[in-house]
Write a protein that binds this ligand. Structure first.
Ligand code: FES
Ligand code: FES
Length: 168
């Protein structure tokens, strides 16, 4: 007898309805069931931040949450960031332009953490950026270029907002 549970959630704007085993982690659900493999799994015990995704607009460790706990939630993975034609969004472009990644394993987690951070803080200083990304580990970059990328993205966001306001 299957002990699967029906879960319903919105993932990257799409309604999903699937039966899952209660032991299934949210990371495994998005990667293995939905084939959204942009979310990476590093430590699998809440330390590295590689698995960070947004649940109801808040960053969570996907490896510390069961898929059934996301029932009824709005989930965003890194695949939600770029345009359907593959065009990078402003934050992704800033990471690319500032060489903020090497192997890229940590990058999806950083992008999701910073997406939430820049929504809350449009004009962060360096200390605030360092604090915001302190839960995400990177073994390659030394963080300096990641910090530059976040500052750059914040600047681009401000420019975009000015243009939007002046065109209204
Ligand atoms: Fe989830 Fe490391 S894989 S925090
Ligand atoms: Fe390699 Fe961060 S770019 S772990």
């Amino acid at each position: 007898m299957s002990n699967k549970v029906l879960v319903e959630m919105k993932v990257n704007g799409k309604n999903i309805k699937k039966e899952v085993e209660p032991r299934f982690l949210l990371t495994d659900f998005v990667r293995d069931e939905l084939r959204l493999t942009g979310t990476h799994v590093g430590c699998e015990h809440g330390v590295c931040g590689a698995c960070t995704i947004l649940v109801n607009q808040e960053p969570v460790r996907g490896c510390l949450m069961f898929a059934v706990q996301a029932d009824g939630c709005d989930v965003q993975t890194v695949e939600s960031l770029n345009q359907p034609d593959g065009t990078l969004n402003l934050l992704q472009q800033a990471f690319s332009d500032n060489h903020a990644l090497q192997c890229g394993f940590c990058t999806p987690g950083f992008l999701m953490t910073v997406t939430h951070f820049l929504e809350e803080n449009h004009n962060p200083n360096e200390e605030e950026i360092r604090e915001a990304i302190s839960g995400n580990l990177c073994r390659c970059t030394g963080y300096e270029n990641i910090i530059k990328a976040v500052k750059d993205a914040a600047g681009r966001l401000q420019e975009q907002q000015k243009k939007t306001v002046s065109s209204v």
